[in-house]
Design a protein around this ligand. Structure first.
Ligand SMILES: NC(=O)c1ccc[n+]([C@@H]2O[C@H](COP(=O)([O-])OP(=O)(O)OC[C@H]3O[C@@H](n4cnc5c(N)ncnc54)[C@H](OP(=O)(O)O)[C@@H]3O)[C@@H](O)[C@H]2O)c1
Length: 226
């Protein structure tokens, strides 16, 4: 029986690259906010099944998770990044960032724990370099990724049947990075950033690590910026 993987935020960017990476070996459930956003990936990967839900709508997520009884891999990839200094970041932005990057992850994990336990499953948390070091202008995003790391550490201790891996990539060439560079100002040069396919390969590496090892953290920096 092929293992099943649910990947959130799989409509584009890193999530789409992880879906392409796992498609040859896993039955895939692909998440995004809407069915429309998922159509191109579902056409590209005919065996994959759409799993549309806004992850911050907890009723919708509970309904979408209800039918999943066994899950080998859960990749929490969906996330948001609103840049701004502490002086400029309102409570609304802090809440939106934490809702998407932390609360949604905790709630989806909670709902899927029985399915993950059934499979001795693997939870992969797409974190960030910002989850290890906070920089000026990244307060809300970095704080949410620090919180995500703490969530993963607690989950790893509480659920010994599971493996929990935090992946900490530096900047990746995706839509999110294009938006960030547009906010910062300056030319967008994809050669400065990690390729999404490289980070997706690290996700596969974590999942395929033999079971005598627990890959707790993977850190990847772009060679151009390391
Ligand atoms: N890009 C980077 O430089 C970088 C670096 C380090 C870490 N990361 C992390 O990598 C992950 C993926 O980033 P990315 O650059 O690939 O982002 P992206 O290009 O902006 O794509 C974000 C994905 O998340 C989904 N999503 C966002 N909010 C959602 C919600 N409320 N409910 C359901 N789906 C939602 C989007 O779905 P829709 O298509 O429906 O909008 C989309 O599929 C994030 O966790 C990010 O923090 C990124």
């Amino acid at each position: 029986m092929r293992p099943t993987a649910l990947i959130t935020g799989a409509s584009r960017g890193l999530g789409a690259a992880i879906a392409r990476e796992l498609a040859p070996t896993h039955d895939l459930l692909l998440g995004a906010r809407s069915p429309e956003a998922l159509s191109p990936m579902l056409e590209e990967l005919p065996g994959a099944v759409g799993w549309p839900a806004d992850l911050t709508d907890h009723d919708a997520v509970a309904a979408a998770a209800a039918g999943i009884e066994r899950l080998d891999v859960l990749v929490h990839n969906a996330g948001v990044a609103d840049l701004g200094t502490v002086a400029d970041t309102t409570a609304e932005v802090w809440r939106r960032t934490f809702e998407a990057n932390v609360v949604a992850v905790a709630e989806l994990t909670r709902l899927l724990l029985p399915a993950l336990r059934s499979a001795n499953g693997h939870v992969v948390l797409i974190n960030s370099g910002a989850g290890l070091r906070a920089n000026a202008g990244w307060g809300a995003y970095a704080a949410s990724k620090f919180a995500l790391r703490a969530f993963g550490d607690a989950l790893r201790l509480e659920e010994p049947a599971l493996r929990v891996t935090s992946i900490h990539p530096g900047r990746i060439d995706t839509d999110m990075q294009r938006d960030i560079v547009a906010t910062e100002g300056g030319e967008y040069d994809p050669g400065q950033f990690l390729k999404a396919t490289t980070v997706a390969g690290a996700v596969r590496g974590a999942i395929e690590t033999p079971r005598d090892a627990h890959p707790t953290e993977v850190v990847l920096r772009p060679i151009a910026r390391s």
